[in-house]
Design a protein around this ligand. Structure first.
Ligand code: GLC
Length: 754
């Protein structure tokens, strides 16, 4: 802090000595100056109003917009009313929910008319592609599917390509990645997460942040990322979005904090606190976590953006503030830098600063971080986008190819009775039905519906595979919820007259769809298939012909009857724009599925919370009446069309804290098909001073082996992976033996920490 004031002072003296006041004011526009100096120069010329304005975010969605002229640079007149004036007075620093580049250009144009010409940050929820953009765009599988691929390179590329499409359209900031740990399948936002494991979530989050931001977001194809939501929304009470989370300090440190620590180490530039309270303190007012823990201890250098109206909710929901003004004070003093969204916040903060309740240096700190982003992103020099450049970037071939590759690698084969899959392409007849057979539910949440010609649905994917002689019988399902007796009878009859039936069921979390079954603010009271979907599956199975179920969903589908009675199950998650093709590739063997479950699938909603890294006592005594406590499917489960044999596990007998623990393992593809195998390596701290999970994932990799190929692989595990929080909450490795567990207990060895 002292350095900054010294820098400030010396800058003013230095520059005022050689420049007139006007030139001094404009010095921050010199792109040859270091960004930090430009920030200080600009900050020193800003009024309090202009500073607080940088902390204010508004919605850029026009209540109406009309094309003003028809030449090359179309201008949309956003009917922003008095917001337009606020922009020109620099009382707004960023926008979200801006429809297209036309409105983005228009908003930037207004900002350029302001005294200091500070450009706007245009933000969006680009969670798995630039999905909220209001023109056709590349839509990748949602995060849960990316996680199931266990391929961090894919996640990195999704972020990199998404950033390119964002910057081409004038957007600079994505509210992604969601790095919450998801442990309660009722939560409607499960599909937005990378699942239940801290290492997988951390590595996927890191990969996306690096993809979005590149090297400190200095390139014109980078955006600033946002790690969210801090913390505990994936385990809120009743699985309801925004409800209270009550998590022990130990579990926070062991399970929920690591992804944010890794995100900060990856220099994520923004973080969004969670809607919920954590242990009695709303995340948006949590000074201990936001400032002391994350800034002082974890060294977070970026800025916080509130979640939607969550500063206001400190009064209206959490009741920790008696007024909106007090809510603003709590949030800003806790560490919040940007308010999402709209009027009120500006006036409250201005009053609070004038009253001395918020020191102006707190405002200065927030504004510094925001201005740094704008300079570093190059917005002062390039605030507009050009329509001609856009079409060369959106939906480029490598972006579309990646969308298919991620979808293929995300597929998890859950059941394949008598190896019925892959199906022959020369079948005599095939029956396809189910609410997700011809639906854009493939796209998942945070995506607008796309032009039908840009999407491959399940039925469309299947049609591309079948020989000309195959009779393809497709029966459209109009609903997720209810089917008439006639519909059921007809479905059973048509299944009976076909060689095999494929039924696509599951959820629909398309953001603006009337028939949504889950997603943000729509949590599930059951984990069974929604509505009468299970009855439909039962009717098809009663035909006596084999039934293959394709699940399209974000959160877990817990359906024991389905698992026991159908011939095959493919978990496709929300596989994005080419999901139907990837599903057909797997069904007909053009792609050998290699994905693994990034979550535990419980037997029912009553078995929640069921995650793999349970404590030893989890199932040691009690059991459920007339139900097993075993998961329906374990974390890390996934079948292949080939078989992989593990052997020859080699690990040294002991290690010290300076060591890297190297594990050598031979893996052989015993089958006739090439395929990917996700290798999962766990440890178990056999005896510890506090209880530790029965196993903890410490390394993973996705490997490819051709038929009969046999290779030795090496995995290096940092000794840090063996640490735990002891009774004093010190993060240590305790002396003693650890088990090394490969896959689902395929091979076990031990190693001693001395
Ligand atoms: C929502 C979500 C958050 C999102 C924000 C802006 O409330 O919780 O994830 O980024 O609003 O759309």
């Amino acid at each position: 802090m002292k350095y900054l004031h010294l820098l400030n002072f010396s800058l003013i003296i230095l520059f005022s000595a050689c420049n007139s006041n006007k030139e001094l004011k404009e010095m921050y526009l010199d792109k040859n100056l270091p960004v930090d100096k430009r920030v200080e120069l600009l900050l020193n010329t800003m009024t309090l109003d202009e500073k607080i304005g940088q902390m204010c975010q508004y919605v850029g969605e026009p209540s109406k917009s009309e094309v003003k002229n028809v030449d090359e640079e179309v201008q949309y007149e956003l009917d922003l009313g008095e917001t337009a004036e606020l922009i020109k007075q620099s009382k707004i620093g960023s926008f979200l929910k801006v429809p297209t580049y036309k409105e983005a250009n228009y908003l930037q144009k207004m900002a350029e008319e302001s005294r200091l010409k500070i450009p706007l940050l245009i933000a969006t929820d680009a969670i798995h592609g630039h999905g909220m953009y209001q023109e056709p765009i590349t839509i990748y599988p949602t995060e849960i599917g990316m996680a199931a691929s266990f391929d961090t390179d894919l996640a990195n590329k999704v972020a990199k390509y998404t950033a390119a499409e964002m910057r081409a359209t004038g957007y600079h900031w994505t509210f992604s990645p969601n790095i919450e740990i998801a442990r309660d399948g009722r939560w409607g936002r499960f599909g937005e997460t990378f699942g239940e494991d801290p290492l997988l979530v951390s590595e996927m989050g890191k990969a996306m942040i690096e993809g979005y931001q590149g090297d400190n977001f200095g390139d014109s194809v980078n955006v600033i990322a946002c790690a969210k939501h801090f913390v505990g929304g994936g385990i809120s009470s009743n699985g309801l979005n925004g409800a209270a989370a009550d998590i022990s300090e130990r579990t926070l440190h062991e399970i929920f904090f690591p992804p944010f620590i890794e995100a900060i180490k990856s220099n994520v530039y923004t973080i969004m606190p969670a809607h919920n309270e954590i242990n009695g303190i709303p995340c948006h007012a949590h000074h201990t976590y936001l400032s002391k823990l994350m800034r002082d201890t974890w060294d977070f250098k970026g800025f916080y953006v509130s979640d939607w109206m969550d500063i206001e909710r400190l009064e209206t929901v959490h009741k920790v503030a008696a007024s909106q003004k007090e809510a603003a004070k709590l949030a800003v003093l806790a560490g919040l830098d940007v308010h999402m969204q709209g009027p009120g916040f500006f006036d409250h903060v201005k009053e609070l600063v004038n009253e001395g309740a918020i020191p102006e240096k707190v405002i200065n700190e927030s504004v510094r971080k925001i201005l740094y982003a704008k300079f570093q992103l190059g917005l002062f020099e390039n605030r507009y986008v050009n329509a001609t450049k856009i079409k060369n970037t959106l939906m480029k071939k490598e972006h579309l190819d990646l969308a298919l590759e991620v979808a293929q690698k995300s597929m998890v084969l859950l059941k394949n009775e008598a190896n019925i899959l892959p199906l022959s392409k020369q079948l005599n007849s095939i029956f396809i039905t189910g609410p997700n057979a011809n639906s854009q539910a493939l796209l998942g949440d945070w995506s607008r519906n796309q032009p039908d010609e840009n999407i491959t649905t399940v039925i469309e994917g299947i049609r591309t595979k079948m020989s000309a002689t195959t009779k393809i019988d497709f029966m459209e399902c109009e609903s997720y919820h209810s089917y008439s007796d006639n519909f059921m009878e007809e479905a059973k009859k048509r299944a009976k007259s076909s060689d095999v039936t494929i039924v696509a069921v599951g959820e629909n979390s398309i953001r603006f769809d009337k028939d949504k079954t889950s997603a943000e603010n729509l949590d599930r009271p059951i984990l069974e298939l929604a509505g009468q979907q299970l009855e439909l599956v039962k009717a098809l199975v009663s035909s006596g012909k084999p039934v293959i179920v394709v699940l399209i969903n974000g959160g877990p589908i817990a359906s024991p009857w389905l698992v026991e009675n159908v011939a095959g199950i493919i978990e496709a998650w929300e596989p994005g724009m080419y999901g139907g093709q990837a599903i057909a590739d797997v069904i007909f063997g053009d792609y050998n599925p290699g994905g693994k479950l990034p979550i535990t699938i419980p037997r029912s909603v009553g078995h929640i919370q069921n995650f793999y890294n349970q404590k030893p006592s989890a199932f040691h005594r009690g059991c459920f009446f007339q139900s097993s406590s075993e998961a329906l499917f374990e974390f890390g489960f996934g079948l292949s069309y080939t078989q992989f044999k593990y052997s020859n596990l080699k690990v040294k007998n002991s290690f010290t804290s300076d060591d890297i623990v190297t594990i050598n393992l031979t893996i052989e593809n015993n089958g006739e098909l090439g395929g990917d195998e996700v290798v999962l390596i766990y440890i178990n701290d056999i005896v510890s001073s506090v209880t530790t999970p029965v196993k903890k994932l410490v390394s993973f990799d996705r490997l490819h082996l051709e038929p009969k190929e046999k290779k030795e692989f090496t995995f290096d595990i940092s000794s840090n992976s063996f640490k735990m929080f002891n009774q004093a909450m010190d993060y240590v490795i305790e002396p003693g033996e650890f088990e090394i567990i490969i896959g689902n207990n395929i091979i076990v060895s031990t190693i001693l920490y001395e």
